[in-house]
Design a protein around this ligand. Structure first.
Ligand code: SF4
Length: 376
């Protein structure tokens, strides 16, 4: 007698936070529920940041049960948290399948200890690991595992806000914020544009007036330089900011640091950037890690300035955060400053990023690496 065939696993339910209000309304219409019920659900999700159906007390019990049977609502859970004296907060989250990802909450204008900053930026991840293998990066060290779903991107914002609501700074208790996160940078673990459709849907939800209510102009998407996706992003109605991780102003230097440059060399990357700027009429940013002895010599300034001038890019210089097991080092302060001034002397809008979280493994992927090694 042959063995009975194994029972296939039950299909995973869609998570309710991967749905737009319009999609929920369409589902409710099929269920012959009034449309305002869908608005109540999104209010529970995005205003009250509910993490289970039982909290949704103004929905009839039978509707909550129907929702439970048709949608997942699996919040990400906090595994580790590190705070820095400059108020940078780093979070390590566990996803429903056990995978680990990171987000970093960064005060844009760090006030003195105990005072509130007037803007808060959350840096979110889009993939578990990364396939792009940039030579300086902790996130790529263990390769790519999977893309994040829409709800896993959205919930990084909600979970950081839930954490903050449970751990308010003294100033926040006096003036509670309706929305903690008012800027997003999509620069955490992973290459954002390699997870294009879930990312764009998550950003539409986080931007929507019924959802996250974060202005599109306050959302910056970063890329290592995926040219077809940059062109696709240029055609999106959302007015997103684009940050290109350049890190090298010539092909030999950039290919040494970023294997993606062999597929999309600087000439192609610049054509895609020009297309983006022409379509969007917006400034873009070049991110440029300063790495000692690799790209920090003043000889790198003229080609970098030429590229920035072509697309009117702002250049954001970021002193490298050392990653244990990798050979790269941060240049000293004088070298950083000289590089900045040489760029500015050529008329380039350049900044040297203020230190954020240098003492808490703020370079992307480090907290996860330590946790997976059992040291978080
Ligand atoms: S820098 Fe970004 S694209 Fe490069 S390996 Fe790290 S996460 Fe991936």
């Amino acid at each position: 007698m042959s063995e009975p065939s194994p029972i296939p696993p039950a299909p995973r339910l869609r998570d309710v936070r991967s749905q737009t209000l319009e999609e929920l309304q369409a589902e409710f219409q099929n269920w012959q529920e009034p449309a305002y019920r869908a608005s109540q659900v999104v209010e529970w999700l995005y205003v009250h940041r509910a993490t289970d159906w039982t909290a949704m007390s103004n929905l009839p019990l039978r509707l909550r049960e129907r929702l439970r049977h048709n949608f997942a609502l699996d919040p990400i859970t906090l595994v580790a948290h590190q705070g820095s004296p400059d108020h940078t907060q780093k979070f390590l989250w566990r996803l429903a399948d056990g995978a680990l990802i990171e987000s970093v909450l960064i005060p844009a204008n760090p006030a003195l200890c105990g005072e509130e900053s007037d803007r808060r930026t959350l840096c979110v991840s889009t993939q578990v690991g990364c396939a792009y293998g940039c030579a300086f990066c902790a996130s790529g060290l263990q390769g790519w595992k999977r893309n994040l779903g829409v709800e896993e991107i959205v919930d990084q914002v909600l979970a950081a806000e839930r954490w903050h609501a449970a751990n308010p700074a003294p100033a926040d208790a006096a003036s509670p914020r309706e929305r903690l996160v008012d800027n997003l940078v999509i620069m955490g673990m992973g290459e954002p544009l390699a997870n294009y459709d879930p990312l764009l849907k998550a950003l539409r939800i986080l931007n929507a007036p019924w959802g996250g209510r974060i202005g599109a102009r306050r959302i910056t998407v970063s890329t290592s330089g995926l040219c077809p996706q940059i062109r696709r992003l240029a055609e999106e109605p959302l007015q997103l900011q684009l940050a290109v991780s350049l890190h090298g102003a010539t092909d030999p230097v950039r290919s040494r640091l970023m294997p993606v440059n062999r597929k999309y060399p600087i000439r192609e990357l610049m054509a895609a950037c020009e297309f983006y700027v022409a379509r969007k009429g917006r400034l873009l940013t070049f991110e440029y890690l300063l790495i000692a002895g690799v790209n920090d010599d003043l000889a790198h300034v003229p080609p970098l300035a030429d590229l920035a001038r072509r697309v009117h890019a702002k250049v954001n210089l970021i002193p490298y955060n050392h990653v244990p097991t990798l050979p790269w080092q941060r240049p000293d302060d004088n070298t950083q400053q000289a590089f900045l001034e040489a760029l500015q002397a050529r008329g380039i809008n350049a900044t040297l990023r203020r230190e954020k979280g240098h003492d808490i493994d703020a370079a992307c992927g480090q907290l996860r690496l330590r946790a997976e090694a059992g040291n978080a």
